[in-house]
Write a protein that binds this ligand. Structure first.
Ligand SMILES: [Fe+2]
Ligand SMILES: [Fe+2]
Length: 405
């Protein structure tokens, strides 16, 4: 129960996954509080979609408790369970309305959000109403293209009579994914997160990337992926898993990691176009100009976002294998090459010139196989489909040429 000493007139909402919370969040919240004379900053950790299992992900409870620990010393900071106690997807509009009910009509709500979100705010649920019932504080790290953002804010404020403010926060150069990455690479996180949070992470061994699936978790993942695609695409996916496991075994890569990457590589391929755009907006996926023109090529990036945000898989090699399996990228790790090659050589894929050779090469030299595979894709796209090739694939082909023995 809330203890109300006096009615609050200005409330700031700081939403986020807080996975984990870090000083960038805290400095931002404090900066907003000071700048706008806020009475209370309410941290609202986001919930998890119900289909998420608990493996390799930080449960809501851990994220909530870390947020409580991190904010305990500031009398103006509070943490809300509103979204983590709610099942399913929570929309900002629902949270804002709920908080208005709790805090009373007199309260002015300032919703703190990243600048990227402002670009897409009109795609949010009931965005026009949202822009009326609360004010926004768009925070950016230094170096962000401020001019463009300010122009957009001005336009929104003019067209929707909204109150969107802008604030630059230097500490935002830190990110949660960066913290997780540092833990994974055994680098220190001291002073990047409050000491209590650091101790909590150590105590519960959070963010360590030992992936070990139970039979039930595998089944849950398979059911989810199967529900997102046609039986034909799922059969292809199973073929990729089988092939990738064979390659992975040779290159000593954990079967569970190979399994997850192969299973999810095409999870977004058959999503309807508008859903693809919605996921891009929701997770601020950046598409290059080529992908923006050929949205089907973005299914790797979209799939990786689903795997990360909805299944809590943070291991970079797995995410990159899904993310870049469409066009490849410079500096691919072995798992990325394996997924790329298994995708091209799985049993169910119709035979094409060079398929058997690529498969054979992949069993003892991934780089040689990559050259043949890239060359084959290149020829197919340019000669058969008569389409343009992604510039990255083109560059990679040049790079892997040295392995054409
Ligand atoms: Fe694909
Ligand atoms: Fe595929």
């Amino acid at each position: 129960m809330r203890m109300k000493e006096k009615a609050i007139s200005k409330l700031a909402i700081m939403g986020g996954t807080f996975d984990p919370i870090h000083i960038g969040h805290l400095v931002t919240a404090e900066e907003v509080r000071h700048e706008f004379n806020i009475d209370e900053v309410l941290f609202v950790p986001t919930g998890h979609p119900p289909h998420k299992s608990n493996m390799n992900m930080t449960t809501s409870e851990h994220r909530y408790l870390m947020t409580v620990l991190a904010t305990a010393a500031n009398a103006h900071f509070k943490v809300s369970r509103l979204e983590i106690d709610r099942e399913g997807v929570t929309y900002t509009i629902d949270t804002v309305k709920e908080l208005k009910k709790i805090y009373g009509k007199q309260v002015t709500i300032y919703f703190i959000t990243g600048a990227d979100a402002i670009h897409k705010i009109l795609t949010w649920k009931e965005s026009e109403e949202l822009l009326q019932i609360c004010e926004f504080v768009a925070v950016t790290r230094p170096g962000y293209n401020k001019q463009e953002l300010l122009g957009q804010i001005e336009e929104l404020n003019r067209n929707y009579q909204s109150s969107i403010h802008f604030l630059e926060v230097p500490a935002l150069a830190i990110s949660s994914s960066n913290i997780r990455e540092r833990i994974h690479n055994m680098r220190p996180i001291k002073y990047l997160v409050p000491e209590e949070v650091e101790n909590y992470i150590k105590k519960y061994n959070l963010y360590e990337y030992k992936i070990c699936l139970t039979a039930k978790e595998r089944e849950q993942m398979c059911n989810y992926v199967a529900s997102k695609m046609s039986p034909k695409r799922y059969a292809h996916t199973r073929g990729v898993i089988e092939m990738a496991l064979e390659f992975g075994n040779i290159y000593k890569i954990s079967c569970d990691e190979v399994f997850i990457a192969a299973l999810f590589h095409d999870v977004a391929k058959e999503l309807p176009q508008d859903e693809k755009h919605a996921v891009c907006a929701k997770y601020a996926i950046e598409l290059d100009t080529f992908e923006a023109r050929h949205i089907h090529l973005a299914h790797g990036k979209i799939g990786a976002a689903i795997l990360e945000h909805e299944w809590g898989i943070h291991k970079p090699s797995i995410l990159d294998s899904v993310r870049y399996h469409t066009v490849g990228r410079e500096g691919m790790c072995d798992l990325e090459k394996i997924i790329y090659l298994a995708d091209m050589t799985e049993e169910g894929r119709s035979p094409y010139k060079g398929k058997e050779q690529i498969k054979h090469l992949a069993l003892y030299d991934l780089n040689r196989a990559m050259y043949k595979a890239l060359y084959s894709s290149y020829s197919y796209v340019t000669n058969i489909l008569k389409q343009e090739i992604h510039p990255v694939t083109h560059k990679l082909l040049e790079y892997y040429k040295q392995y054409d023995l």
